[in-house]
Design a protein around this ligand. Structure first.
Ligand code: NAD
Ligand code: TYD
Length: 350
């Protein structure tokens, strides 16, 4: 495979995947298709944008003519599909855009691949990136495996579950060579500051209240974004057609414990007296339908493809905080758009 289409490559995870692929495979052409919504930012790719094996195409995955034209123009052999609306809170206030991008957009891409690749799809690959949230919510025990029944409970996770089903349906019905992975919560540089960790880092830095939903007892399983990108590279090249792989770092944190740890790191980094950052923690109204716990069992990926995560949490969190503190211009730029309006609606009017 030489010409790879990566959708959503200007977003958080997508930009790390594009960087890895462009640097690791100089003989591939990496085509980044992204609409540059509020979450997409070409600044994320400044270090590789001039490389000869990288091309950017601005457009909407829901635009069938445009998507097909990109397949034809760049003679696409493989797809790594990350473009999506990705924030649960936004899916609660505006579900329709999630249905459009995550479901309709995925089908538009599948149709374009099918049309361009024709009947004989040997050597082609459509890789769909999904989330552990499709499996629903765990109690105190147990882990999500690849055979856990789907039980999505937010408009975001329901739209991702729907797209996963459609990708599998194209595999079964049309013999499209697909592979799917479902990953736990990612953290790291370049994440849009609507998500918990960058939002908290930014607020702590600016001595603003740090909003913790409910009692802060919800649990997430955190993986450093570069480890996710490496897993995607491995699955794209070595995964078996039609298979699903769960990705996660066995790194569960209760939200309040995570925020307390972050506050401690921020006190040290900013030279504050111990406890100063933690005094900003503010419990706010819970998210509607808030899933209690996600936890991934990544044994299949480890045993079958030899994957393991490289970055330990203490190191990854430290790196992430340092990146946000050193990239205040990036932060100022992404916060300058519609973010203030979103923040007002999500937190001030709550
Ligand atoms: P993100 O919101 O940071 O980035 C999404 C990207 O998609 C942006 O660049 C945006 O401009 C682009 N996009 C949105 N709508 C588009 C459209 N209609 N056409 C073209 N481009 C469009 O998201 P992320 O956190 O990087 O997540 C990437 C993928 O990984 C998503 O599919 C998400 O469901 C999945 N995922 C995310 C996490 C996580 O913790 N962030 C975990 C597991 C899986
Ligand atoms: P988030 O980063 O939105 O990821 P997801 O909902 O996809 O897991 O949220 C992570 C956890 O943090 C989740 O349990 C919700 C919680 N949360 C807060 O407590 N406060 C916040 O301001 C945000 C954005 C999230």
């Amino acid at each position: 495979m030489k010409n790879i289409l990566i959708t959503g490559g200007a977003g958080f995870i997508g930009s790390h995947v594009v960087r890895l692929m462009v640097n690791k495979y100089p003989d591939y052409k990496i085509v980044n298709l992204d609409l540059l919504t509020y979450a997409g930012n070409l600044e994320n790719l400044k270090d590789i944008e001039k490389k000869s094996n990288y091309v950017f195409e601005k457009g909407d995955i829901c635009d069938a003519d445009f998507v097909l034209s990109v397949f034809e123009k760049h003679q696409i052999d493989g797809v790594i599909h990350l473009a999506a609306e990705s924030h649960v809170d936004r899916s609660i206030s505006n579900p329709m855009s999630f249905i459009q991008t995550n479901i309709v957009g995925t089908v538009v891409l599948l149709n374009a691949a099918r049309k361009y690749w024709g009947e004989n799809m040997t050597g082609k690959r459509f890789y769909h990136i999904s989330t552990d949230e499709v499996y629903g919510s765990l109690g105190e025990e147990g882990f999500f495996t690849e055979t856990t029944s789907y039980d999505p409970r937010s408009p975001y996770s329901a739209s991702k579950a729907s797209s996963d089903h459609l990708v599998r349906a194209y595999n079964h019905t049309f013999h499209m060579p697909v592979v799917i992975s479902n990953c736990s919560n990612n953290y790291g540089p370049n994440q849009f500051p609507e998500k918990l960790l960058p939002l908290a880092i930014n607020n702590i830095k600016n001595m603003k209240p740090v909003p913790v939903y409910g009692k802060g007892e919800n649990i997430r399983d955190w993986l450093y974004v570069v480890d996710h990108a490496k897993a995607i590279d491995l699955i794209f090249h070595k995964g078996i057609d039609g298979e699903t792989y769960n990705i996660g770092g066995r790194n569960e944190w209760k939200n309040i414990d995570l925020i307390m740890l972050l506050c401690k790191i921020m006190d040290e980094k900013l030279g504050r007296t111990p406890g100063e950052s933690a005094s900003l923690i503010t419990y706010v109204k819970d998210r509607a339908g808030h899933d209690l716990r996600y936890a991934i069992d990544a044994t299949k990926l480890q045993d079958n493809l030899g994957w393991k995560h490289d970055v330990m949490f203490a190191e990854g969190l430290e790196k992430t905080v340092t990146w946000y503190l050193e990239n205040s211009e990036w932060l100022a730029n992404v916060l300058s758009g519609d973010y203030a309006k979103y923040y007002e609606q999500q937190y001030i009017q709550r």
